[in-house]
Design a protein around this ligand. Structure first.
Ligand code: SAM
Length: 269
């Protein structure tokens, strides 16, 4: 798997400590993971069996949200903060399928994700733009200043925090990161978010065990805490909900089973 990765990057990749992006990739059915990730992923799933379904549901949520933003909300610029490893239907593929001229900036700080950036950077349309920025979410000012080279911040941007704010351990810091990025984009921009939620004992316990493994910790928050990320913004229907229930495909009859992850989409007035 590391054959095509440049040696400097490969040296930064830890194979002895589980890694969030790779565990997530494993649960979503990807192949870019190592024994240490599969072991931790299986251990986690034994305590919290809903997690694998949740990982798969999160990608379906991302697809529905990006499709909504490109098709219904008219977004043509996407800032995806906490990219993850490329799997099926990544943000640029979904956005450019709906609006070929869409411009996407991916941001992550994981060397493994960076190593795969080449795969992510493949535009699916000649008129679209897809770029990758190696940066830490803890430095939103730097991210905003770099993003200006690719996105026009005088025009609306869809700002995406998909499963990444849970990695910002300090709640107020997480809120201020969202506020900083949203302050840099104009009225008519959107915020899209989801994260694992503290809505069952099993999920809380499994995350607390995971945070003991040496991996970058992931904090599960209550839906009430997550709702503060949307302060000052107008949530579109159905609001902040379990991600499986956010505008489910009409071909699926009935109300989908809730999963322990909450998400929402909101417009900056
Ligand atoms: C759970 S994965 C979610 C991946 C993808 N957004 C998705 O929804 O499938 C979280 C991602 O956030 C990235 N991440 C975590 N902390 C970060 C930080 N401080 N700066 C940049 N990226 C970060 C991780 O490397 C990982 O790729």
């Amino acid at each position: 798997m590391t054959d095509a990765i440049n040696p400097e990057l490969a040296a930064k990749i830890r194979f002895d400590v589980p890694c969030s992006a790779r565990i997530w990739n494993y649960w979503m059915g990807g192949k870019d993971n190592y024994p240490v990730d599969r072991e931790e992923g299986d251990r986690f799933a034994a305590t919290s069996p809903g997690i694998v379904d949740m990982a798969k549901q999160s990608r379906q949520y991302l697809i529905r949200a990006v499709r909504f933003l490109a098709s219904e909300a008219g977004m043509r610029q996407f800032l995806d903060l906490g990219t993850g490893l490329p799997t099926m239907q990544n943000t640029h593929e979904v956005a450019q399928a709906a609006a070929p001229e869409s411009r996407i900036v991916y941001v992550d700080h994981d060397p493994m994700v960076l190593a795969h950036a080449r795969a992510l950077l493949r535009n699916t349309t000649p008129e679209g733009v897809t770029t990758y920025l190696d940066a830490d979410l803890h430095d939103p000012d730097l991210i905003v200043s770099d993003v200006r080279n690719v996105l026009n911040l005088n025009r609306p941007v869809a700002v995406m925090f998909m499963g990444s704010l849970g990695h910002i351990a300090d709640y107020e810091r997480a809120r201020s990161i969202v506020t900083t990025v949203m302050a840099a984009v104009p009225s008519g921009s959107y915020l899209v978010q989801y994260d694992g939620a503290a809505t069952s004992e099993a999920t809380i316990r499994a995350h607390s065990d995971y945070n003991e493994t040496g991996a970058v910790p992931y904090i599960v928050r209550t839906p009430e805490q997550m709702s503060r990320f949307f302060d000052g913004l107008d949530l579109v229907e159905p609001g902040l909900v379990s991600i499986s229930r956010w505008r489910p495909d009409p071909i699926d009859p009935g109300t989908p089973e809730a999963v322990d992850a909450y998400g929402g989409v909101a417009r900056k007035p």
